[in-house]
Design a protein around this ligand. Sequence first.
Ligand code: 3UK
Length: 514
Amino acid sequence: MPIPEIPESFNAAAAFIDRHVAAGRGDRVALRWNDQSVTYAQLAANVNRAGNALLRLGVRPEERIVVAAWDSPDFVYSFWGAMKIGAVPVPINTFLRTDEYAYVLENSGASLLVVSPELWPTVVSVTSRRLRQRIVTGAGNDDAPSLASLMANESPEMDAAPTHCDDMALWLYSSGSTGSPKGVVHVHRSLWYCAETYAKDVLSLGPNDTTLSAARLFFAYGLGGGMTFAFHAGATAALVSERPTPDSMYAAIQRYRPTVFFGVPTLYAAMLQVKDAASQHDLSSLRVCVSAGEALPGELFKQWHERFGVEILDGIGSTEALHIFLSNRLGQVRPGSSGTPVPGYEVRVVDERGVETQPDEVGDLLVKGGSVTAGYWRRLEATRRALQGDWLRTGDTYYRDAEGVYWYCGRSDDMLKVSGQWVSPAEVEGVLFQHPAVLEAAVVGWEDDHALVKPKAFVVLKESYSPSATLADELQSFVRARTLPHKYPRWIEFVAELPKTATGKIQRYKLRRA
Ligand code: 3UK
């Protein structure tokens, strides 16, 4: 195993940030954001100011701090400031509804919320059992101070809390097919482990790299690709607050000249749709692109490589494993596959009895490695199901071919990955049911023209309604108004009835396109 020993006394903030200053690299640029360049020395000072501000607010070790903020330096300072004092940052999706924020604040027992001013109206009414204080990034308002105003009075010096390498460092919330999102607990050593394995061995990240991630920092994928990998290597992380669209990403690549870009398949497909992109935009800085979140169709790999001359490395990771554990390698890509295990991880494909399958035989994918979660907060049964000894059940079905390359076959639950983000068919069906015309609905994954999976709804109407394009549009708008944008059904097919088992369970698999 290429993994160095991690000392028992280990604080990730000190290892990822202060280490560079101590080694004389304080003048190198750690962060770029709009017109700002932040050196490692400035980063360390600002993290200390943020940590000192949190201490002054009475934050204690192990207390959770929910960070609902757009990618920005303030996100970075509050995240590492919290970790450095031994508290636990909980970065959370910035597109949630009020009740979803309320759930996360209550479930995590967070004492503090750091929130972007744009999200203030959504969270202003939220209360929870332990929440004591809200802080806004950017400018403050009448009800909440800004992080900058709190940091302004603080010392740029601070000792890291003497955390144990197995102490909680951060949580990330992950949604499942049913029930509420689960708080995935990660310890200090896990962050280090991912950087020492995937970032070092697969991406060969070094101090001269600049990273840019379309996946936001509140996703495990974006947290590594957009920030922690760069800091581990003493490299530069370029942050973009705007929504990742083809235009904003082309512009950011031209502006920050990243060497490594982290995207999701849907984005690569959309970027390829931009006419004359190769002549209009300079992508020559890129030495490697990464794709994760859902499988990258082989065709997209080929088109991108042809157009821009750079390879996209598809790799599978998960919130529970923290980052990528199976990946393609530069110069050895098998388009359409997830590649081979990242050194430091072992994977197995097993049948329902837990016996390893033969090559080309489909089974459940398990993974083992030093960054696997300590468990789900307050979800003991779900933890027991996911973690079996050293092994984590990913919930994915895979096969390994005779050459040892791994190929994704689908989820073992009904969950879909759309634009790299979860969609629970049950949730979308539940929203459709709320519409007065809908008697029954079943949502399945359906491949679009790029072989990317999107939700499709099969709908049985009540007797007084008849199918029409207008009604289909209306149902789509109805869902869009009530869930996150990536979840609405891109196609609606009206049917007379849904296939069911003898016990009345909808057989979604029968609706899927073969
Ligand atoms: C699916 C993939 C096929 C798969 C993630 C990189 O996506 C991440 O984490 P999540 O917890 O979802 C995990 C699930 O997503 N998946 C992810 N990548 C691929 N399926 N090919 C892929 N390349 O179902 C997996 O179980 O949201 C990705 C790094 C960190 C991450 N957290």
